[in-house]
Design a binder for this molecule. Structure first.
Ligand code: AMP
Length: 215
């Protein structure tokens, strides 16, 4: 099954994608993660993307479309994939339709995770993760048991994303409302859109997503 998790930054797309990956073997394809890896590696794409990402703007469509185009061709995607953070505007959605068509593939579901903006700012500005094992934490909702030490692996290498500050988060939310929300009627018209309550607990959101996949 091939699906899109659609929702504003901080809606929990990454968390749910990882749960779906564990439960079903679908591969999580996060353009944000891929771009951050490119920035870290200092590639041409990374150099181009860094300032844009720090402002909370969108990286040019052709860059993300070609990243996804190549990634979907890899063998592990044959059993299904979850697009997390892509597409983010109608140009990307149309390009995705065209490239899936070309590959003889299709989208089965688009899941919208609904969350309100103020809750998102609190969620995002408080989050941090372990650079060594990837475990995610939050200042209020999921602090580490010992200050400055990862519960998972004991590392003290805890990091925050440079775009997780309030100013950039507000700008990323505006970008979401302006550019990405028009995708909801786009997928509604195709009859593959389902909605879940992104404000519910992680387990409840997962349950609603499973129901949406089974429907
Ligand atoms: P995310 O991790 O999904 O919140 O993405 C972090 C940042 O990467 C975004 O604010 C954008 O600057 C960039 N980005 C990620 N995915 C896309 C995309 N599909 N199109 C354009 N820019 C993207």
């Amino acid at each position: 099954m091939n699906l899109i998790l659609l929702g504003p930054p901080g809606a929990g797309k990454g968390t749910q994608a990882k749960m779906l990956q564990n439960a079903h073997g679908f591969v999580q394809l996060s353009t944000g993660d891929m771009l951050r890896a490119a920035v870290k590696a200092g590639t041409e794409v990374g150099k181009l993307a860094k300032d844009i990402m720090d402002r909370g703007d969108l990286v040019p469509d052709e860059v993300v479309v070609s990243i996804i185009d190549e990634r979907i061709d890899q063998a592990d995607c044959a059993g299904g994939f979850i697009l997390d953070g892509f597409p983010r505007n109608t140009g990307q959605a149309e390009a995705l339709d065209a490239l899936l068509d070309k590959k003889g593939m299709k989208l089965d579901r688009v899941i919208e995770m609904k969350v309100d903006d103020d809750a998102l700012v609190e969620r995002i500005t408080g989050r941090f993760s372990c650079k060594d094992c990837g475990e995610g934490f939050h200042d209020i909702y999921k602090p580490t048991q010992k200050d400055g030490v990862c519960d998972g692996c004991g590392s003290t290498n805890l990091v925050r994303r440079s775009d997780d500050n309030e100013e950039t988060v507000r700008s990323r939310l505006q970008t979401y409302h302006r550019e990405t929300e028009p995708l909801l009627p786009y997928y509604q018209d195709k009859g593959i859109l389902k909605q879940v309550d992104g404000m519910a607990s992680m387990e409840e959101v997962a349950r609603q997503i499973e129901a949406a996949l089974a429907a």
